[in-house]
Design a binder for this molecule. Structure first.
Ligand SMILES: Cc1ncc(COP(=O)(O)O)c(C=O)c1O
Length: 403
């Protein structure tokens, strides 16, 4: 069949190279599979989602309702309303001791847009972006979409998956443009200690590359750890991009609100990109975010206490399953057990294990392959204690049979 232009239909349907370079987020794919089973009435234990299972706190919801009642429903500046940019700076200063002004801040459609637009603003074809493995699923695809090449730096379970400055330095070449760090880390829960962060920043400054610090899980840290931002380091601001989000901290994943801090010229580039693509983050959500940042942090503390309880339980439960080893995560809300001992004739890799787990035991997890770490599974414990107990029973049964 020929289209009106005379071009063959296949040529009409051919997608742009930049879109062909990327894949659908594998975590979204798991979510969709689990949803299909749930729609058939099947009782799925869903350890897939990377989002809090708590509702958004009441005072934030009321902020959105009030904004609607006051007809805050028009376009806003692409970089966000002025009071919110100020509130983000104030909140970040109070939480982490940073010192940003609103001109160094942009409000974004989730932390993901901050990372995506920063990559698109800085990367030219052939530029390299250094990141740790395991990585958050979207980093390599965002870098590839922007025309860059991801350069992977190994971390290891024996070192609690901590990304080290010495390894980053070895991976930096003349083509390196950005180093991405994510602490607390998705999927490992690794937390980079302040001293290591200072060394990473020193390497980036000395080698003339940007440090992109993704602090979307900043408030979910356990034991001795305290919420921490690279922005609090002396002299940090020059080559630093902080990507932050209200998604996890305030249980607001669906609202889509994040932010970036970075020097003004880059904020202007991010704003230009937003103005030609998404325009402003949803107006009503920006007013709700004001309530989140100016209001009490009690809900965050309550969530953290509950995650801490679940973390203990699921860690003990996983470690009790023969053939599974699991590092104790210091932050976020994921376990990243190593199940390599269970691979073999019945399952060649963890993608197969994930499929079998969903089919046989109706447990949804994300395979390590999605994070560049085959042999592992990502298990989200943003699920009730009751679901965790049930999930552990099913996992025990599954791995008991598959050895
Ligand atoms: C490490 C990491 N960074 C960034 C994001 C983006 O979050 P959002 O766009 O909802 O703020 C996520 C979401 O899962 C994440 O896990």
């Amino acid at each position: 069949m020929e289209a009106a232009t005379g071009r063959k239909m296949e040529a009409v349907m051919e997608l742009a190279e930049r879109v062909k370079r990327i894949d659908v987020s594998p975590t979204m794919a798991v979510l969709m599979e689990a949803e299909k089973l749930k729609a058939q009435g099947i009782d799925v234990v869903d350890f897939g989602p990377g989002e809090p299972d708590f509702p958004t706190p009441e005072h934030i919801k009321r902020g959105a309702i009030k904004a609607l009642e006051e007809n805050r429903t028009k376009y806003t500046p692409a970089a966000g309303i002025a009071p919110l940019r100020q509130a983000i700076c104030d909140w970040h200063r109070a939480q982490f001791g940073s010192s940003y002004e609103p001109a160094e801040c942009i409000v974004t459609v989730g932390g993901k847009q901050a990372i995506f637009n920063a990559a698109c603003s800085l990367i030219n074809a052939g530029d390299e972006v250094v990141m740790g493995v395991p990585y958050w699923v979207s980093y390599p695809d965002i870098v590839k979409y922007a025309g860059g090449t991801p350069v992977l730096v190994e971390t290891c379970a024996d070192d609690d998956f901590c990304l080290r400055a010495s390894k980053i330095e070895k991976a930096i070449t003349r083509k390196t443009r950005i180093v991405i760090v994510n602490s607390p880390n998705n999927p490992t829960g690794a937390v980079i200690p302040p001293g290591e962060f200072a060394r990473i920043l020193e390497v980036c400054k000395r080698r003339g590359v940007w440090l992109l610090s993704d602090e979307c899980y900043s408030h979910f840290v356990y034991g001795e750890e305290r919420p921490y931002s690279a922005a609090s380091l002396p002299g940090a601001k020059e080559q630093l991009i902080v990507a932050g989000s209200l998604s996890k901290t305030f249980a607001m994943t669906g609202w889509r609100l994040g932010y970036a801090f970075t020097p003004q010229p880059l904020v202007q580039a991010l704003t230009k990109l937003a103005s030609q693509s998404t325009s402003n983050p949803v107006s009503i959500v920006q007013y709700a975010a004001l309530e989140a940042l100016r209001g009490p942090m009690d809900s965050v503390r309550t969530m953290l206490a509950e995650y801490a309880r679940r973390r203990e339980r699921i860690l003990a439960g996983l470690r009790a399953i023969p053939g599974i080893t699991c590092t104790a995560p210091q932050g976020a809300f994921y376990m990243f057990p190593n199940v390599a001992a269970h691979l073999g004739a019945r399952a060649a890799d963890t993608s197969v294990v994930t499929r079998q787990l969903l089919e046989r035991e109706h447990v949804a997890v994300v395979p390590g392959e999605a994070f560049g770490a085959p042999g592992h599974l990502r298990i989200s414990y943003a699920a009730s204690m009751e679901r965790i107990e049930e999930g552990l029973r099913r996992l025990g049964r599954f791995f008991g049979q598959s050895t």
